[in-house]
Design a protein around this ligand. Sequence first.
Ligand code: MN
Length: 424
Amino acid sequence: MILSKEQIEESNKEYSKNHKKKYECISDGITNLDEVIKKLIDFQIAIPSWALGTGGTRFGRFPGGGEPRSLEEKIEDIGLLHALTRSADAISLHIPWDIPSNAEKIKSLAKENGLHFDAMNSNTFQDQPEQKLSYKFGSLQHVDKAVRKQAIEHNIDVIKHGIALGSKSLTVWLSDGSSFPGQLNFRKAFQNTLESLQEIYSALPHDWKMFVEYKAFEPNFYSMTVGDWGQSLLYTSKLGNKAFTLVDLGHHLSNANIEQIVALLLMEGKLGGFHFNDSKYGDDDLTVGSIKPYQLFLIFNELVEGMDAKKMNHATDLAWMIDASHNVKDPLEDLLQSLEAIKIAYAKALLVDRKKLVEAQNNNDVVTAQEILQDAFRTDVRALVAEARLRAGATLNPIAVYRNEKVRQQLIKERGSKTMATGL
Ligand SMILES: [Mn+2]
């Protein structure tokens, strides 16, 4: 299913009067308005191929119908999200779930939908049917060299698929670790992992990046071999200047100060990218901004400050992706909500009065410093985000249009009510 330019334009008529009023109201007080709008238009977020089906928990999965049955249909779904928002111009693939049978064809289909291929994701956290050796006790850290070799070769294979699609990065997330004390020699596990990563790193094309994602716990519950940003930073520092740490918001111990982690990784030039989601307890993979919007804003505040300090391009110098999966919503509606939450947090961070904040910090004026941040956070920026969408040729009201156009019903008609997204 495709949403045409005419459908989008037509849909905006209904909301434009109301929008204009709200936009005029907020734009009044913003001195660098055009710059803010431009940054919002430029800021694009990649969608992972696994977010398009209804996720689940270990207890069950409740597919909602019309889920994409193939890589082609996943691209089509992200094309819909992009048509509605002009904010999701890339797809992140998971190998082996999304191996294209014809890379050129897939590439041109993505292009037709205005999309390109973001980071490629390898998978050594589960065994595949044809696989010779098991990852039950780890992959890149495994005590058996043959298992490590198999996992290394898989990652190199993922790079090759990525090259064929025009991707420029590999994300490695390892479930490696141990579930019981004594199971693992931490030092040996680290060294094995490092050596394995080095072999993968040496297979990277010169213009590629490698992201090493960390996670505090799960599926291993005693130790994770890339358990936190310190461990990831150790690996990426040892690997070289194409290796970066990737922050997934749900991969920390509760109450971790993620904004501080972000600030320091940026300072070191080692922040590679982001996986957005939200959580109440652990790696809950809930919709971005649904639980802790202030934290999300504070993270963006550090991102904007840190990127500006290094004269980085907000839109292109880091990899932005949603990594969420829920089991009670229409996945496309959920992604629309996440995209909106990210843009809102980013817009608020752009409104922070940096000059005054530095002044307040230098004067130890704690109250003013807090007021400056909260002033930006409490500003209703939805009309700014909507204006950016409008100027980019998208909808003023993505979820309403999605529902009015009966997108899900049409997808169910096309694909059936009992489909299940591949890979889930
Ligand atoms: Mn992730």
